[in-house]
Ligand binder design. Structure first.
Ligand code: MN
Length: 178
């Protein structure tokens, strides 16, 4: 990428370990990153930072990633920014909701570090408007070659330690259940 202006990636992720992992990983690939832990700040931070793309966790407290994607894609100043959703669960219904909200791609947790970076790179190269790319990468954590021991350990810890995921599933999917 020598000579290129570094691409800017806004990362919206409430889990501190995952946020650090994603930002470290992207910075290691020469991207400029900005992290947002509180989804309620995401739209404002996107306007201020004007990223080239957004990594969007779906399971967030206070506001869901689905809602944020919908807001961003309805905003004339932001809607051209590609969004990669990151979700801990990706059944058919979730895939449909992610697509309907307007995300350009998604990856499933536990993430594959190489596919995460590949998907970011693809979106930044302008493969916009293509069908939502399904990048499911279950059980590939140990298979990643070339990543540091520290990153692998951080990833396993981060993915295993997202305690809100189950609660968020019932929140977002339990509309009929009080
Ligand atoms: Mn989360």
């Amino acid at each position: 990428m020598a000579g290129d202006v570094a691409k800017r990636v806004l990362v919206v992720e409430d889990n501190e370990l995952n946020l650090k992992l994603f930002c470290d990983l992207l910075r290691a690939h020469d991207y400029v990153t900005e992290g947002v832990r509180d989804g309620r700040d995401a739209v404002e931070r996107a306007r201020a930072f004007m990223p080239d793309m957004i990594v969007m966790d779906i399971q967030l407290p206070h506001v869901t990633g689905f809602e944020l994607i919908t807001q961003i894609k309805a905003d004339d100043g932001l809607k051209a920014i590609p969004i990669m959703a990151v979700t801990a669960y990706a059944g058919r219904e979730d895939e449909d909701r992610i697509r309907a909200a307007g995300a350009d791609a998604y990856v499933s947790k536990p993430i594959s570090l190489s596919r995460f970076v590949d998907t970011v790179s693809t979106l930044l190269e302008g493969a916009i408007g293509a069908p939502v790319a399904e990048v499911v990468a279950e059980a590939e954590v140990e298979a990643e070659a070339g990543e540091s021991e520290a990153q692998s350990t951080a990833e396993e810890t981060a993915v295993a330690a997202e305690p809100e995921a189950t609660a968020d599933v019932s929140e977002t999917d339990g509309d009929a259940t009080p």
